[in-house]
Design a protein around this ligand. Structure first.
Ligand SMILES: O=C(O)CCC(=O)C(=O)O
Ligand SMILES: [Fe+2]
Length: 163
């Protein structure tokens, strides 16, 4: 999903997702969540949201960084905000260039209603994943908000200053 005025697509693995403009329920949800992330003012809110459904513990996302060109996370200090709903799942981070003796993988649990942020140069220096958990029953939805900063060439928002 994207803010009004943007038409950037999002490539998730090999799947290219057509964007949908934020529906009213999304703006309502953001008006609850964004102030908790220090963003009370709507003009500062992220202009895209990706939604993932994990039907059960058999569904996962492998090691990756959110390195899509549109977000510029490999080159800039960026923030990525996420909200988890449903069953608790593991979220793991591993450093690309670990220091000697550094723990290779760090894990947190993301439960229903948890907000998780990745900030700074995390997308350059770390990868993350949601591993398979064979014993987990029940669905989880993850909403991930990000700022599109480099719009696709065909996107009308490219010509608009406020993006
Ligand atoms: O489900 C999550 O918590 C993370 C999903 C993720 O890494 C992504 O969509 O890029
Ligand atoms: Fe990710």
């Amino acid at each position: 999903m994207v803010a009004q005025g943007c038409a950037c697509t999002y490539k998730y693995g090999r799947i290219e997702v057509e964007p949908q403009v934020y529906p009213p329920w999304m703006l309502q949800l953001m008006s609850q969540i964004m102030p908790l992330c220090g963003l009370p003012d709507q003009s500062t809110w992220p202009n895209s949201c990706n939604l993932n459904l994990y039907e059960d513990g058999g569904m996962s996302v492998g090691w990756h960084s959110d390195d899509e060109k549109v977000f510029q996370g490999k080159f800039n200090d960026i923030a990525i905000l996420s909200l988890s709903l449903g069953v608790k799942r593991k979220f793991e981070l591993r450093a690309n260039w670990p220091e000697e003796g550094e723990r290779p993988v760090r894990m947190i649990h993301l439960g229903d209603g948890d907000i998780c942020t990745m900030e700074g140069m995390v997308q350059k220096h770390y990868q993350h994943r949601v591993p398979k958990e064979g014993n987990v029953q029940g669905p989880r939805i993850n909403l991930t908000w990000r700022w599109v900063v480099l719009h696709n060439p065909q996107c009308p928002a490219k010509r608009m200053r406020r993006y």
